[in-house]
Design a protein around this ligand. Structure first.
Ligand SMILES: Nc1ncnc2c1[nH]c(=O)n2[C@H]1C[C@H](O)[C@@H](COP(=O)(O)OP(=O)(O)OP(=O)(O)O)O1
Length: 181
């Protein structure tokens, strides 16, 4: 099974000029999430968080940090990434991708586009779910509220995954997310 990551940088929309965004610990609730419009590969043309597949020898946390740096140019310290979920995507009954989901309200830099991604801050109340994977509307709102989730999402119709039909799912909320290396 492919192992992959997603990372959701968060900020208080009032902090737009600040390099270091407001943190949950600082008492402000984030109002915006950094999404990317994917420019190539799986999910091309759709919005998602920065992220991608693990490279050899890499931990999920290292992967989320590298992918966020490569795709949108933000720097994140490992301790500032909060594990928010674990999602399993099945295709035709077989495990296809296991995805580690992170969020962070602490990072450095300003988002910039890359060949893979066009970044865009969007209000948490106005996430474009109609332009995302069908499953995202089921788990991302809770993740953006600060909850943890474990989910299994079943697709049918053969490769590639982004052309298969989303058929059903199981979700568990407020779980301990433990699969860390
Ligand atoms: N169903 C669903 N919902 C939400 N997000 C995803 C899925 N399936 C997925 O695969 N994903 C996510 C998980 C990853 O973040 C990306 C897919 O990674 P990909 O872009 O293929 O990985 P990279 O390593 O960046 O790609 P290349 O460099 O090989 O082009 O989608």
């Amino acid at each position: 099974m492919i192992e992959a990551t997603l990372c959701f940088p968060l900020r208080d929309g009032a902090d737009t000029g600040d390099e270091r965004a407001g943190s949950r610990d600082g008492g402000t609730s984030p109002t915006e999430v950094l999404l990317i419009e994917k420019r190539r590969g799986l999910g091309e043309g759709w919005y998602n968080g920065p992220g991608g597949k693990l490279e050899d020898g890499e931990t999920p946390r290292e992967c989320a940090i590298r992918e966020t740096r490569e795709e949108v140019g933000l720097e994140i310290q490992p301790a500032d990434l909060e594990k928010a979920g674990e999602l399993t995507f099945l295709l035709d009954g077989e495990g296809h991708t296991f995805c580690h989901v992170y969020r962070t309200a602490t990072f450095e830099g300003e988002p910039r586009p890359s060949p893979e991604a066009r970044p865009e801050w969007v209000p948490i109340d106005d996430v474009p779910y109609d332009r995302m994977w069908d499953d995202d509307r089921l788990w991302l709102p809770g993740v953006l509220e600060g909850r943890t989730v474990a989910g299994e999402f079943r697709f049918e119709g053969g490769e590639p995954l982004d052309e298969a039909a989303f058929v059903d799912h199981d979700l568990e909320w407020d779980v301990e997310v433990v699969r860390e290396r």
